[in-house]
Write a protein that binds this ligand. Structure first.
Ligand SMILES: Cc1cc2nc3c(=O)[nH]c(=O)nc-3n(C[C@H](O)[C@H](O)[C@H](O)COP(=O)(O)OP(=O)(O)OC[C@H]3O[C@@H](n4cnc5c(N)ncnc54)[C@H](O)[C@@H]3O)c2cc1C
Ligand code: FES
Length: 276
């Protein structure tokens, strides 16, 4: 884990998704992997006090740069998203677990919701030259989708919007079934309800007594989850979620978990976890 003062190279709002910050941070970039995150200091003073976690949205080792996509929900995100070229950004990372792509995978299915596009874009960029990659992304409207032209041309891009303004009308899980049959590995990142819906699809497939297309893909799926964080170093236990092995810290044992290990029925972040 490295404490590094990054230098913002560019800042660009992308529709209603958030602001994409490109940050020169060579030490962190050299060790970063898709699914991991940086803990970002959200100001120069002590209010807000706590750092905010953001997944890598781009990793360019050669240039020594990383990208983050920051949706400002409150004071911390506001400050981070308002950084401009030349500004310094205090970063701690890379932190947490990364997605593991199996060597034998030929058809990789990526599933993203909202700013969950961050690690999925890193995987798309890294894996498109090695295997077939389909990215399925869902958003409320067309303005909540990642722009197609900012993905590698080799990536098949499928979209779903809740208002039907682009792609399949409905949720990302409505667009998935044909691709589950096609894929041999699935990685996902998005809001808790999206991941919980994927978890239910997996549980149903596991229970089925008949042959279910895509069952093996669901059984082996990996998901990156979000939870409020304090230290991001495994100490404060602010970030626990309930898993098959009991409470797990999203900053240490996660954020990437086996989909089947996360007990989504425990509730949404900030309410998940149980006293040990
Ligand atoms: C591993 C990890 C990776 C993340 N990656 C990204 C990313 O790539 N891009 C991005 O925009 N965000 C990401 N997040 C979420 C981001 O850290 C929070 O949105 C951020 O901390 C909010 O800070 P704020 O100051 O803007 O809002 P705050 O003032 O802290 O909170 C404002 C509101 O947002 C809610 N909120 C805060 N954090 C979360 C959360 N994690 N999930 C749901 N609601 C929350 C609060 O309950 C409150 O209602 C990630 C979180 C984790 C744990
Ligand atoms: S944020 Fe402190 S233990 Fe995870």
């Amino acid at each position: 884990m490295i404490l590094e003062t990054g230098r913002v190279v560019s800042a660009e709002p992308v529709a209603d998704l958030g602001t994409v910050l490109r940050v020169a941070a060579p030490d962190i970039a050299s060790r970063a992997h898709a699914g991991q995150f940086v803990h970002v200091r959200p100001g120069e003073r002590f209010d807000p006090l706590l750092r905010r976690p953001y997944s890598f949205h781009g990793i360019d080792r050669r240039a020594g740069e990383i990208e983050l996509i920051v949706k400002p929900l409150g004071a911390g995100g506001d400050w981070i998203a308002s950084r401009r070229a030349g500004d310094a950004l205090d970063l701690l990372g890379p932190l947490g677990t990364a997605f593991v792509i199996r060597r034998a995978t030929t058809h990789l299915l990526l599933v993203a919701g909202g700013t969950g596009i961050a690690p999925m874009k890193v995987l798309a960029e890294q894996e498109a030259a090695r295997r077939n990659v389909t990215l399925v992304m869902g958003g409320r409207t067309i303005h909540h989708l990642w722009p197609a032209h900012r993905l590698p041309a080799a990536v098949e891009y499928v979209t779903a919007t809740e208002d039907g303004s682009f792609g399949v009308r409905g949720r990302v899980t409505d667009a998935l079934p044909p691709y589950l049959e096609w894929a041999d590995q699935l990685c996902a990142c998005g809001p808790w309800p999206m991941l919980a819906a994927l978890g239910r699809m997996r549980a149903e497939a596991a229970r089925a007594t008949h042959v279910v297309a895509g069952k093996d893909v669901l059984m082996g799926a990996q998901a990156a989850v979000e939870q409020h964080m304090g230290c991001a170093m495994g100490v404060c236990r602010a970030c626990v979620v309930v898993t098959a092995d009991g409470n797990a810290r999203v900053c240490r044992e996660g954020p990437v978990f086996s989909l089947g290990d996360v007990r989504f029925e425990g509730g949404e972040p900030a309410t998940v976890g149980r006293s040990a």
